[in-house]
Design a protein around this ligand. Structure first.
Ligand code: ADP
Ligand code: MG
Length: 499
């Protein structure tokens, strides 16, 4: 019998009328990777945030190695032997890599009241080297690094002191395969040393492969705890959703001819150091995919089309000859864009759902005197939030309170409200559970049928294969190949062009 490390007992937490976690109890054993799964909004982050001192405990108890703990912040949690790699960006801007790693634990480098920055940097450099992240420099400001590298710094920050429990909250969705492999390595290391990982992920094959035990939550309620070896992906889906989920959620059609009409033409687009000489046409009603490794430059292509790249050369031209060089022109000409980095670039976190949905449509919503009635705004926001089934109390709720999948729905609701003709979606289903994914795929397919043109940039090869009429593969900032929609395409056909 394995020994219990953590007992979760009758845990509850509400936010206003939302019962985020309702009387949840389960055990995490020593030396196991314990997955926590459930649809968006099922309470996974709320539960682990209480364990790690980010949220206060509503009621109930956490018992770690026989002792009740109630950390008031992350530093206290660390001192109890618990740490977390959060779903959102978990490093602080303006600080160095080393300062981020040792945040709240600087005392070890203070002697006679003076902080020994050199010693801190030296220790951080040692750790980064040990983890194999040498390319990240301890003394650099964290802002010099992209989302993925910042996640790697978080891995070091959360695990270097050998905590008893490390929570990994949807970290893998933000990582490329290489980053994932790094994380898996450290998860294995933690498990093999007798410590435990609480692993939150929407990627069910990954959950089955990497975890020993799985606990399922649904709408804040505990459903079951199962051994990974005893269940299939379909079992898990059923437990999560509470009903059968049909496996087929991509497009089912093949051989449909895409219109010859060009709606957007990209010519010789270069962003120094990131992409070079990118040219392609987007057709009416076409779903065009971009695939590649996360550093291939494909994410920049989306920005460039939306007029959001700095120092861009080359041209982005619409059918009527309009040149897109900046974001206002892009929005005015019916181009929509959702960023991969949803929390920092796509939603305004400290604004309401309603404000976020109305943002690009304010011109249309105002009268001749540029006055916008609140009633009109509310109606508009409500209509599109409902259409996307955003899980919320009302549209006055702040976006920062929503789960990842619901944030993404708000972003999409905004552009559906705007009725854009060209829609650039960067990683639209990143970190989103199967049911919401299915909604998004259906929505994309419907928009395509209405004659809208969609560009989908994605690191998930299966969704590119399943959804796109054509897939452009990027490598080292350049276009490295192109594939037509075809029943015989598989992940390997893409990977060989990517690496
Ligand atoms: P998951 O991580 O499983 O996607 P969450 O724990 O983030 O789900 O959310 C559970 C529920 O609690 C959701 O309905 C969400 O909107 C709500 N919620 C989470 N955090 C907050 C918060 N800080 N304020 C208000 N509501 C919140
Ligand atoms: Mg979450």
């Amino acid at each position: 019998m394995s020994e219990v490390r953590l007992q979760v007992k009758n845990l509850c937490k509400s936010f206003g009328i939302t019962k985020a976690v309702q009387n949840v109890s389960f055990n995490v054993n020593k030396g196991e990777v314990h997955a926590l799964i459930g649809e968006n909004g099922s309470g996974k982050s709320t539960l682990t945030n209480m364990l790690t001192g980010i949220y206060s405990i509503g009621s109930g108890t956490f018992i770690l190695d026989g002792k009740e703990i109630h950390p008031k912040n992350q530093v206290e949690a660390n001192n109890e032997g618990v740490s977390i790699i959060v779903q959102e960006l978990g490093t602080l801007s303006g600080l160095t890599v080393a300062e981020n790693i040792f945040l709240g634990h600087e005392e070890q480098f203070v002697h006679f009241g003076i902080k020994n920055t050199k010693a801190m940097n030296r220790k951080a450099t040692e750790l980064l080297k040990k983890y194999g992240f040498d390319r990240i420099k301890a003394s650099d400001i964290i802002d010099n690094y992209n989302f993925e590298d910042r996640k790697l710094v978080e891995i070091v920050k959360a695990t270097y002191f050998d905590p008893k429990i490390v929570v990994v909250d949807e970290t893998t969705t933000a990582l490329s395969q290489e980053g994932r492999d790094e994380l898996y390595k450290h998860m294995d290391r933690i498990r093999n040393s007798g410590n435990s990982v609480i692993f939150i992920s929407h990627d069910l094959p990954e959950v089955l492969e990497k975890s020993d035990t799985i606990t399922i939550l649904r709408d804040g309620i505990y459903i079951d705890t199962v051994k990974s070896a005893d269940v299939t992906e379909d079992d898990l889906k059923r437990l999560m959703v509470g009903r059968e989920v049909t496996g087929d959620y991509y497009r089912a059609d093949y051989g449909e001819k895409v219109s010859d009409e060009v709606v957007l033409s990209v010519k010789n687009v270069t962003v120094p150091g990131i992409i070079s000489d990118i040219s392609f046409d987007l057709h009416k009603g076409e779903m065009l995919g971009f695939g590649g490794l996360s550093e291939s430059g494909m994410h920049e292509v989306g920005k460039a089309i939306f007029g959001a790249s700095y120092d861009r050369e080359g041209t982005v031209t619409l059918a009527d000859g309009t040149q897109i060089n900046d974001i206002p022109t892009a929005i005015k000409h019916s181009i929509a864009y959702t960023s991969k980095d949803r929390d920092n670039e796509s939603v305004v976190m400290n604004q309401s759902i309603g404000d976020n949905i109305c943002l690009p449509s304010l011109d249309e919503l105002s009268n001749k005197a540029h006055f916008i009635s609140d009633k009109k705004k509310k109606k508009f926001a409500n209509k599109y939030a409902k259409q996307m089934s955003v899980k919320m109390v009302n549209t006055d709720q702040f976006v920062s309170d929503l789960s990842g999948g619901n944030k993404q729905k708000v972003v999409l609701a905004r552009w559906i409200g705007k009725d854009s003709d060209i829609i650039v979606l960067d990683s639209p289903t990143r970190g989103i559970d199967i049911k919401v994914k299915q909604d998004i795929y259906q929505l994309m397919n419907q928009m395509r049928k209405e004659g809208k043109s969609i560009i989908m940039i994605s690191e998930e090869l299966m969704e590119l294969i399943g959804m796109c009429d054509r897939i452009i593969i990027m490598k080292d900032g350049k276009i490295n190949g192109e594939l037509e929609r075809n029943q015989d395409l598989n992940e390997n056909s893409l990977i060989t062009m990517m690496v």
